[in-house]
Design a binder for this molecule. Structure first.
Ligand code: ADQ
Length: 507
């Protein structure tokens, strides 16, 4: 009953995340252009409509002058966004350093960077100091915009220090924290020099959420083993105060994708893509000129395989491409009948590891195209760019086999988006095992190139009735586990947790 009430009254939700859903590009002294940011967190949260939402975060740009800041605040206000201004040094130490160079790889089991293995190194300490300072700056902006009764929902590994900062400012604030990445085993978390402080800060939240039960369990074990606290079925208890810990598997706004397929611009994209694969010329320049030029060389009834990822080491792009190479090597009859489109939007481009990854992927693609390409066709089309929503939906819809083979991932929304767009084609999803879309997909170990290669063959040859059955399983899951449901459940659970805590205190 309480859950229904909270949904009906459009309660105010302050979403606090490192990045705003838009990136700001300066066009003049007091003029800004706003572009939608690409990424899973943004994609899921933009689908959440039932709350009166304000979004607090960094706009991805350094704005040192007051005129620029005032103009940006005004431009963002129209989108219900509130900026946190971070200077270059903080961004370098907090975002590129502590978040992307330490927490992100560690949480995905890639370990700590070599030079930061010692807790005493200056770079580690200064990055952690910057991380805490940045989190304090987020807390100040939240405090400024907070209205009593608001739900404050902090997101992701960038803001693990935030729950503590918020509760120190206002003990009564309703604070939830959700992690979009995996939370690693306590043995991995143990290696982080600032492990104690981070765990304690997160525990200041009223509700702590993860994508899966396993991540929640890892977090509780870290608190019991590293902090020596008591884990209960509800969460973690510290001196009579309970922090509720639970799993809230994320989803997408599936209706948005399903509805998009009816839009004339998406239909046009799809028609032209299909014509292209039937070997006829078309005018698909809107999607991407380079991409279309490459597609033009493909011949009749080519099967389309698709990968859509941020260009990140966790997404397993080199391994995926190597598996495709193995498939072509072992199946010469498929060589001019299948094409892999890998769309990889670059992220964190100023981090050296990401620059290395881009070169590595380009090198592998070039080698394979040199090996299996002909004068008229290449097997892999790799694009380092983002596609707009309509082009992405059209691509999903015409795809025969999607390869979603991250080495590790919090959840992965691309698999959901693909399924939502496949109502008529009923293509096959090859997926890293341990994701929640298990039942209808072909599950693989992405490290096992031989297994992925043979799954590609299985998927391409799959009979229609099996494809249909598998798609049905996936489609039901994607349309019932939506981002709206995810957010509503989290907020409702947070409200319940607070009511229960108040009752416990009174007893
Ligand atoms: P991400 O690592 O960003 O998210 P994912 O869940 O796959 O990963 O979401 C990516 C989003 O970006 C999708 O909505 C996709 O459409 C979009 N995208 C990716 N490449 C694109 C391209 N080239 N062009 C256009 N759009 C593109 C993080 C975690 C995930 C977790 C999500 C949500 O790493 O594990 O599932 O948050 O919690």
């Amino acid at each position: 009953c309480e859950r229904q009430d909270s949904r009906a009254s459009r309660e105010r939700l302050l979403v606090v995340a490192n990045r705003l859903p838009v990136s700001a590009v300066r066009r003049g002294v007091d003029s800004w252009h706003l572009e939608i940011s690409v990424g899973g967190l943004v994609s899921a949260l933009l689908g959440v409509k039932e709350f009166e939402t304000r979004w607090i975060g960094w706009a991805g740009v350094n704005v040192p002058d007051e005129i620029g800041q005032r103009a940006l605040i005004k431009a963002l206000a129209e989108k219900r966004c509130i900026p946190v201004f971070l200077d270059e040094e903080i961004v370098h130490q907090y975002y590129n350093g502590y978040c992307n160079n330490i927490l992100w790889p560690l949480f995905h089991y890639l370990g700590l960077p070599q030079e930061d293995r010692l807790a005493t190194t200056r770079s580690f300490q200064s990055q952690f100091d910057a991380y805490k300072k940045a989190n304090q700056m987020f807390a100040e902006v939240v405090k400024e915009h907070y209205v009593e009764g608001d739900v404050v929902w902090c997101h992701d590994y960038h803001l693990m220090f935030l729950p503590k900062c918020l509760k120190e400012r206002n003990r009564k604030m309703k604070v939830g924290w959700f992690l979009h990445t995996p939370f690693p085993s306590s043995e991995i978390h143990r290696t982080l020099p600032s492990r104690l402080e981070l765990l304690r800060s997160v525990l200041a939240a009223d509700l702590v959420g993860f994508h899966t039960y396993d991540y929640a369990r890892h977090f509780v074990s870290a608190c019991t083993r590293i902090l020596g606290l008591e884990g209960t079925p509800e969460g973690v208890e510290d001196q009579g105060r309970l922090t509720r810990v639970a799993a809230f598997p994320i989803g997408i706004d599936s209706d948005r994708f399903i509805r998009a397929l009816e839009l004339p611009q998406v239909q046009d994209h799809m028609k032209e893509l299909k014509e292209r694969f039937a070997g006829r010329k078309g005018i698909l320049m809107q999607i991407c000129e380079q991409f279309i030029e490459l597609l033009m060389v493909n011949v009749n009834n080519c099967k389309v395989m698709l990968g859509v990822d941020r260009l990140d080491m966790i997404k397993g792009i080199p391994q995926k491409i190597l598996a495709f190479e193995k498939f072509l090597e072992e199946n010469p009859n498929w060589r001019d009948k299948v094409v892999l489109l890998q769309i990889a939007v670059p992220t964190r481009t100023d981090v050296p590891e990401y620059q290395k990854l881009t070169s590595q992927v380009h090198e592998i693609v070039g080698r394979i195209n040199g090996r299996f390409g002909t004068l008229t066709a290449v097997p892999i089309h790799h694009l380092d760019r983002s596609l707009d929503f309509h082009a992405l939906c059209a691509l999903y819809a015409v795809t025969d086999v999607a390869l979603v083979t991250s080495l590790r991932d919090g959840m992965n929304l691309v698999s959901y988006e693909f399924v939502a767009c496949q109502a008529s084609k009923k293509g096959v999803l090859i997926l890293r095992a341990a994701q929640s879309l298990g039942a209808g997909a072909i599950l693989v170990n992405p490290w096992n190139v031989t297994e992925v290669a043979s799954s590609i063959g299985y998927a391409l040859n799959m009979p229609a009735d099996e494809r249909e059955k598998r798609h049905h399983h996936n489609f039901v899951h994607v349309t019932t586990h939506t981002s709206q449901e995810w957010a509503a459940t989290f907020v409702s659970e947070l409200n319940d947790t607070i009511v229960e805590a108040q009752l416990r205190t009174r007893q």
